[in-house]
Design a binder for this molecule. Structure first.
Ligand SMILES: [Zn+2]
Length: 343
């Protein structure tokens, strides 16, 4: 066991901040944060919180690493890409090397209405590192239901945006964006250009606000922060609670109740469909690899299974989720899934 003074030494520049101090640093050690999505935003947030000494970080991400992620996802490297590592695993490995005094937990799964409340169990603050509105509405519902604050973050091209939401009184995320637009109508990081500085800044602000919220500091920002790096303009806007917000006014958790969710979604701009089955894989992934090797090209390095057949590629996750690449046609993807993975 390290003595307290030894443990705290690495934070000496941070404990000089008046609203942190030694007592704040001690309290950070006890805090539990959930980071949902570990791409550019999530990895920036996780990096900062781990270095700042937040004691327990749970990272949940559904994806694995690809070469084009390295431009902006600062925790990862070419070796991770070569090994087809899930982002959550690669992040945990790197973060534990950065700070072995904190506990980093990795969950490889798609956050959905069936698992989000369990993922939030014991969590004091949730941070959005996702790239889609559907998951954000779900985070909003689950966090408001369980009275957990959460911090939204988004970036596209040279623009970034962030805001913290507090279940006591709102406003909530639905007060800003009233409902889910049809798929494909909003740009995401997969379809449009993105400067790597943008998620760095958004993630840094999210992590900094996270520390303030965890320590109940007086200088917590409750406004929407927006910036554009093409002009270097930063704007703060006060958001009011919307009078017709179904959550704040009606107390209804539409997304958590599954009103808008689907089990197969086309991932816009990626020429891929993600299928999330109701149940986990019935056979171990190694056995699945053996079976598929007989009929197509298989690569498996212990994490995810990639199966190539003609112009399609199936990426199979241990939780049963499958990414069908080479099509955006949901029914075709479902039939490929049924054919090769089974029910
Ligand atoms: Zn609201």
């Amino acid at each position: 066991m390290q003595s307290f003074s030894n443990k705290i030494k690495r934070y000496s520049r941070q404990t000089l901040i008046d609203w942190i101090g030694l007592s704040g640093q001690r309290r950070l050690e006890e805090k539990r944060v959930l980071i949902i999505g570990c791409g550019a935003l999530g990895s920036t947030v996780a990096n900062n919180l781990v270095r700042a000494g937040v004691g327990h970080i749970k990272i949940v991400d559904r994806d694995y690493l690809e070469l084009e992620n390295l431009q902006r996802q600062m925790l990862f490297d070419e070796e991770d890409v070569k090994l087809l590592k899930p982002k959550a695993i690669a992040a945990r490995e790197k973060l534990q090397k950065i700070n072995s005094q904190v506990c980093v937990q990795a969950e490889i799964c798609d956050v959905n209405r069936r698992n989000i409340e369990e993922l939030l169990d014991g969590i004091e603050l949730a941070i959005d590192g996702t790239d889609n509105l559907e998951t954000r509405f779900l985070i909003n519902d689950a966090c408001f239901k369980h009275k957990i604050p959460w911090i939204y973050g988004a970036c596209v091209a040279s623009y970034g945006m962030t805001m913290s939401f507090f279940p006591k009184g709102g406003p909530c995320f639905q007060c800003i964006i009233s409902s889910l637009p049809p798929p494909g109508t909003l740009p995401t990081c997969d379809t449009v250009e993105i400067l790597n500085a943008v998620p760095q800044i958004v993630g840094a602000i999210q992590a900094n606000e996270a520390i303030k919220i965890l320590l109940k500091a007086e200088n917590i920002c409750k406004d929407l922060i927006y910036f554009d790096l093409s002009t270097n303009e930063f704007v703060k806007t006060k958001i009011e609670r919307r009078k017709d917000c179904p959550l704040c006014e009606g107390g209804v958790f539409e997304y958590l109740e599954g009103k808008f969710l689907s089990s197969a979604v086309a991932l816009c701009g990626r020429n891929a469909v993600q299928i999330s089955p109701e149940r986990e894989l019935a056979v171990p992934i190694e056995m699945m690899a053996e079976k598929l090797r007989k009929i197509g090209e298989v690569s498996y390095a212990g994490y995810l299974l990639k199966f190539k057949k003609e112009e399609y590629e199936l990426v199979i996750f241990p939780d049963g989720r499958v990414m069908v690449k080479g099509t955006e046609d949901i029914s075709l993807a479902k039939s490929l899934y049924a054919k090769y993975v089974g029910h």
